[in-house]
Design a binder for this molecule. Sequence first.
Ligand code: PHB
Length: 362
Amino acid sequence: MTDLFSPITAGPFDLPHRVVMAPMTRNRAEEGNAPHSLNAKYYKQRSDAALIITEATQVCPEGMGYPGTPGIHSDAQIDGWRAVTDAVHETGGRIILQLWHVGRISHPDLQPGGTEPVAPSAIQPAGEAMTLSGMKPFVTPRALETAELPALVETYRTAAKNADMAGFDGVEVHGANGYLLDQFTRDSTNKRDDVYGGSVENRCRLPLEITDAVVDVWGADRVGYRISPFQPYNDISDSDPEATFCYLTTELAKRNLVYLHMVEMGGNEETGDFLSGRNKLFAKLRDLWPNTLITNGGYDRAKADAVIGGGLADMVSFGAPYLANPDLAERLHSGAAYNEPDRATFYGGSAKGYTDYPFLGD
Ligand code: PHB
């Protein structure tokens, strides 16, 4: 029976098990939003993951939506990430960079020149942005002009090249959680009347053009894509998630990407849990996806074995448990107890709650 500890080959990666470190925002980049030695230590500590997927990393200054998140658009950031990838590789790990643009989930305080954030359409999200001077209501974003979109695709292409220079093993296109590409994909946030809005084909156009540019740089077998079809986070929804995500998944499958990374959040409540197969859309997307499917959402060992054993997913990514347990794969394997994550140190700060969680045997 295949389980969480069955080896797996995903594209060029021969992996000893199926435990993935999920991308997690930690807001601990330094001057110029560049990673530094503490970030290298944090990722190196977690290199027993089959794959580490980094925290979301902005592809350009306009793509930033929170203080202290790292970028991949400057020389200092490339150098900082190089130290991270070297550290992970020293211990035999593999690390994928998540390419991010927040779109409207930002604030003029975080934008170059203090201008409005950009989005597919000028629709203000409900909620508040995290700025350097506290939480502030989101503003109405500026709708991107059609003529600006080719340059945005090139921005992702450049970021993908930078990720290669920084020594990553691959990249994940962040298409989830209400950020820019999800804002284009789903119809509550995309009211455009050009070829990038309206039909599902049009709404998926920019995400797919960006994916194609990233694949040009890396080859499809080192590019993954993250979706969150059920996720309401960041004030987003879709009137027909099945049509939207079946189309997107089919198109991504044609491109033969190495993996699809699914965020389950929001799906259990509305449409039945994933393990039982009662979530019909999850099962459909599985059927449409021929390559590795990584799923995410509150898993423990037993649930991970069940979802993999049942063929619904091939790998499972863990967020908070990885944050608090640098040797999570070993603990999942041996059944050892977990360190509890401390929410107060999730976002920002220094080594406390970041690199000081004990290993087994400490
Ligand atoms: C966050 O910083 O809150 C965040 C970032 C990226 C995600 C989800 C949440 O995909």
